[in-house]
Write a protein that binds this ligand. Structure first.
Ligand code: ZN
Length: 61
């Protein structure tokens, strides 16, 4: 079984199996990039805040 896909963000080869915690992305970085696209482009990837205590942040998953 080959679950290899292209990361939607960086197009690197990655997998959809359970070992990839960030699927369908290749990494946590790309996952956050994707989040950042619809949250707020002003967020920096390296300083992405914890979401839990931000009461102004309506997180819809
Ligand atoms: Zn990626």
């Amino acid at each position: 079984m080959n679950n290899t896909i292209s990361c939607p963000i960086c197009r690197s080869a990655t997998t959809l199996d359970d070992s990839n915690l960030f699927r369908p992305f290749c990494s946590d970085r790309c996952r956050l990039v994707d989040l950042g696209k619809w949250v707020d482009e002003k967020y920096s990837i390296t300083n992405f805040p914890e979401m839990n205590e931000d009461k102004n942040y309506s997180y819809v998953h």
